[in-house]
Design a protein around this ligand. Structure first.
Ligand SMILES: Nc1ncnc2c1ncn2[C@@H]1O[C@H](COP(=O)(O)OP(=O)(O)OP(=O)(O)O)[C@@H](O)[C@H]1O
Ligand SMILES: [Mg+2]
Length: 911
């Protein structure tokens, strides 16, 4: 039931509309306010509110977003009342006896034959209505707004959450055809009065539900809006105080000159905004971004700052102050936020008064110090006082000191210090890597909501639209209630959208689903901004990406065969075992690909462990130890036992030799593998540093800074993708080697984005190592297959445990292709396999360069999406024995490589 007294503004004629007043509430009397106003103020306000309303009505993009808040509703009434005409019309309408009442048709009513033909089933109409329980009382107590759907001879009544609350059939067609504003209809024990017509478009898009404002969250809308509406004119009307204020601000100037070339000036608030937020009638002052920052900003960042400013100021959606900045990785979301904070902390559109005092930035632990550094980088240490929480700097210090204006804290620490943080009034909340808030039930989300800070910004490089419920949680976090309650959102958006995407969906369902999806996008699009990496490509050096298929070594092949012949794998394929045994098998195969000694360690561990009771694992490892040499010592592992490790070593050697000043980021998903890689570094005298889950948070930034410094002597940065894949800047490295592959392409893409970002000076070389013919190739294929593209499983939290495998898929996973150079290439059905010369070399046939993985320019590309099969086909590709390898790095490793794919972005100065 609607709780606000707002009418459904866009249904029918808003000026004529009768307003639903919940029982027990009296009609607000805007006239009272009018009488208190001085005539000049009154005239100004009326014109302002009318103009804004008309503007919104005319602008299809905005109209759907002019969500009714208590304030906006009053604004419109206020406009009507000034003329006096519509108000009286409305009150007359309430009292008027409805001209026509349609009662539920008794079943026995028969319709003359001829008439039947005139009753097309296609009669579909929608009305906004109010309803109450059927009674004979003259003065009805209307209980709520609803939507009435007339279809053929039946009626359906839906509440504003989209739930059916009444149905009726076998009405007289002629009567239904005549229904119009003011008519009353009996339906399922309810009496309904028609308030207005809803256009099919408003129904199909779901807008009629939204605008009804039935959701509790909408009516409880923004506190700022409420505060302003509590008595917007009182203070304005005190002439003495107003004069004083005007005098005080007479020479109020923008902080920076808005007229100099290249100045970045924020949008001025419109009349509606002024009416809502400038109750003290301060003069309007231009808000101008500090030229010191503007000098560095990229065009997309300027746009982003304007976007963020408009969102948090409540200029984009009435009274809503949230935003999601979902730019792809490396686009400088941090700088955009820093610019916003710095601007709002010093300036404001009303009398130049700063909009915010305190800002809270919540971020993953490993990035707390990155934020500190970025503040320092862009603003120095004097302009703004920030307080990053770490071991030595406790929250209490911040709460006790008025000195600091920005608190930077990790999500974990936030939970621990919530009680103290609650004592501070924050005006702006920024949640970095905020996709973790996609679950509204988790503690972090509830903790942040409890801070009741209105201006909320989520930063994320991960697309947010993959899961409609998670999408709701993020939207509801930044702009609470804008999509109504979860249950109404499900009915109005999620269900029709999901139904429309099922193969069995009817045309009607498809159309409804598409319209609802479009409306959802339109509704949320005003406060979500996402730009792809393409916008900064031109500022970046070339990127040479290689997928390298490494031949497995003899020991690996033998162990691999044995694993595939184990009882555990056979049982898996027969679907005989419970307990996800396939995950154990997959894990063992992946370890083997990295290095056989990892498998050896697992076998030994299980042998000695007291939990060695799993039949599946025992049967998986049975007889494997015998394949290893009798005196096998995993600590003394031989490098030649792993195909990938051999390639890695040659690669490190050639980089070291040809580019002695350049550095390498070496990434693995596994700590045990990192241990091996670390050991290899030691053996070969390569200096290294390491960041994994065990690295204390307080040391992480220091490690990163040290590596990025040109004075650093570290050649290699060993990185656990799970611990440090997100948000880190590792521009000190210009070669990145992904030693193993993750099921989730997002993990790999995140890791690969650490080096090819703003500030990188050298051409970037990326090597993704895969063991030919093994499960690693299968995982890669899964990443790039169409199935994953459409399923869009591009979510960092999804791991292999979330993946369901059919027996058929498992059969494919558990197959070793020993004779192929590259199974992935075989699957592409590429022209070069039909070459007569049989070299497999296809350099001439394929574009030398494409616009990287992002797809053609004209498509709405998204580099967070994994590469597709067809895109891969367009990469340069060649077998290891190709004669003319021009890349000196590939040339050096070819001996152990069966196949390469290569793609170059920003080619001009490549290699
Ligand atoms: N206009 C600019 N000029 C030069 N360097 C910039 C600019 N904007 C951002 N950078 C630098 O680019 C790097 C990446 O920026 P940032 O960490 O903010 O990216 P992000 O969008 O947060 O990416 P992610 O999603 O990976 O966290 C940082 O080192 C930052 O200082
Ligand atoms: Mg970031």
């Amino acid at each position: 039931m609607r709780r606000s007294a707002a009418p459904s503004q866009l249904q029918g004629n808003p000026f004529k509309k009768l307003k639903f007043i919940p029982p027990g509430r009296s009609n607000p009397s805007p006239n009272e306010e009018n009488t208190k106003m001085s005539p000049d103020v009154k005239l100004f306000e009326v014109v302002a509110s009318k103009n804004t309303f008309l503007q919104l009505q005319n602008n299809p993009r905005i109209c759907s977003l002019n969500l009714p808040t208590e304030g906006s509703a009053r604004e419109i009434n206020h406009g009507h009342n000034y003329s006096g005409k519509h108000c009286s019309e409305a009150s007359v309408m309430v009292k008027l006896d409805p001209p026509h009442t349609v009662h539920s048709a008794p079943k026995e009513i028969t319709v003359p034959k001829g008439q039947e033909e005139e009753e097309p089933d296609s009669l579909v109409k929608y009305f906004s209505v109010v309803w109450c329980k059927a009674s004979k009382k003259k003065h009805k107590k209307w209980e709520g707004d609803a939507v009435l759907i007339v279809k053929g001879k039946s009626l359906t009544l839906k509440d504003l959450e989209g739930k059916d609350i009444g149905r009726g059939i076998a009405y007289k067609f002629k009567e239904l055809e005549k229904i119009e504003e003011g008519h009353r209809v009996m339906i399922g024990g309810k009496e309904v009065e028609v308030m207005g017509i809803i256009s099919p478009d408003d129904f199909n898009s779901g807008r009629c539900f939204q605008l009804g404002g039935g959701s509790p969250a909408i009516s409880s809308s923004s506190q700022a809006a409420k505060k302003c509406f509590s008595n917007p004119f009182k203070s304005v009307c005190k002439p003495s105080s107003r004069e004083n204020r005007l005098n005080g601000f007479q020479d109020c100037k923008p902080r920076h000159d808005p007229h100099v070339p290249n100045s970045l000036v924020m949008s001025r608030p419109d009349n509606n905004h002024q009416w809502m937020f400038n109750k003290n009638c301060f003069p309007i002052v231009d808000v101008v971004i500090d030229p010191h920052l503007v000098y560095h900003l990229r065009p997309h960042q300027k746009e982003g700052i304007i976007f963020l400013y408009e969102c948090v100021m409540g200029m984009r959606v009435n009274g809503r102050c949230g935003a999601i900045l979902a730019d792809e990785m490396g686009l400088g979301k941090t700088l955009q936020c820093i610019s916003l904070i710095w601007t709002l902390q010093c300036q404001g559109p009303y009398g130049g008064k700063p909009v915010i005092k305190k800002t809270l930035i919540v971020t993953p632990g490993s990035l707390v110090n990155n934020w500190r550094k970025e503040f320092q980088k862009w603003l120095g240490s004097e302009r703004i006082k920030i307080f990053p929480v770490d071991q030595d700097h406790k929250v209490e210090e911040f709460t006790k000191s008025p000195f600091y204006s920005v608190l930077i804290i990790s999500y974990e620490m936030l939970l621990r210090s919530l009680d103290q943080i609650k004592n501070v009034k924050f005006d702006l909340l920024i949640c970095d890597e905020g996709h973790r808030l996609k679950n509204s039930a988790i503690k972090t989300t509830t903790a942040l909501i409890s801070l009741s800070c209105e201006k909320r910004v989520i930063l994320t490089g991960t697309p947010v639209q993959n899961d409609l419920q998670e999408f709701f949680a993020l939207i509801d976090f930044v702009n609470p209630g804008i999509l109504g309650s979860l249950s109404s959102y499900r009915k109005i958006y999620e269900e029709p959208i999901i139904i429309s995407r099922q193969p069995s969906a009817s045309e009607e369902e498809k159309e409804l689903g598409e319209k609802r999806a479009a409306e959802l996008t339109c509704l949320t699009g005003l406060f979500i901004l996402r730009r792809t990496q393409e916008v900064i490509n031109k500022y970046l050096p070339p990127k040479i990406e290689n997928v390298v298929f490494c031949r497995p070594r003899a020991l690996q092949v033998e162990l691999y065969r044995k694993l595939l012949n184990s009882q555990a794998v056979r049982f898996c394929l027969q679907g005989l075992l419970g307990n996800s045994p396939h995950l154990i098998c997959i894990g063992a195969l992946k370890k083997l690909c990295n290095h056989p000694c990892l498998l050896f360690n697992s076998i030994k561990e299980k042998e000695y462990s007291s939990t060695w009771d799993g039949n599946e694992e025992r049967s998986l490892y049975e007889g494997l130890v015998d394949v290893f040499p009798a005196d096998y010592n995993p600590l003394m592992f031989a490098e030649e036992e792993s195909g990938k490790l051999q390639v890695l070593l040659k690669l490190l050697a050639v980089i070291h030799e040809l580019r002695p000043t350049e550095k390498v980021v070496l990434v693995s998903n596994y700590t045990q593998t990192l241990n091996i890689l670390q050991e290899v570094c030691k053996r070969h005298g390569y200096t290294y540093t390491r960041l994994d889950g065990q690295t204390p948070i307080s040391q992480r930034q220091q490690i990163v800074d040290c590596f990025n410094s040109k004075y650093s002597s570290d050649f290699i940065f060993l990185l656990s993708s799970k611990a440090g894949g997100v948000g880190l800047n590792l521009i000190g490295g210009s070669h990145l080697i992904l030693y193993d592959i993750d099921w989730n392409p997002a993990t790999d893409i995140q890791a690969m984005s650490r080096v090819w970002r703003d500030g990188q000076k050298h051409p970037v070389h990326i090597y993704r190592l895969l063991t030919t013919g093994t499960i690693e190739e299968k995982i890669y294929q899964r990443q790039i297959s169409k199935q994953d593209l459409s399923g869009a499983v591009v979510d960092l939290t999804k791991t292999s445990e979330h993946i369901q495998f059919s027996v058929e898929e498992l059969k494919n996973l558990f197959t070793l292709h020993e004779s192929s150079h590259c199974v992935t290439h075989d699957l592409l059905d590429c022209e070069c396999t039909r070459d007569k010369d049989g070299t497999g070399g296809s350099l001439e046939k394929f574009p030398i360069s494409r616009n990287c993985q992002l797809g053609p320019h004209h498509q709405k590309s998204n580099s967070m999406k994994p590469l597709s099969m067809s895109q891969l086909k367009q990469w340069k590709h060649f077998s290891g024995d190709h004669l003319n390898l021009t890349d000196p790095f590939l040339e050096r490793i070819r001996e152990n490589v069966s196949f390469f794919f290569q793609n170059i972005t920003n080619q001009s100065t490549a290699i």
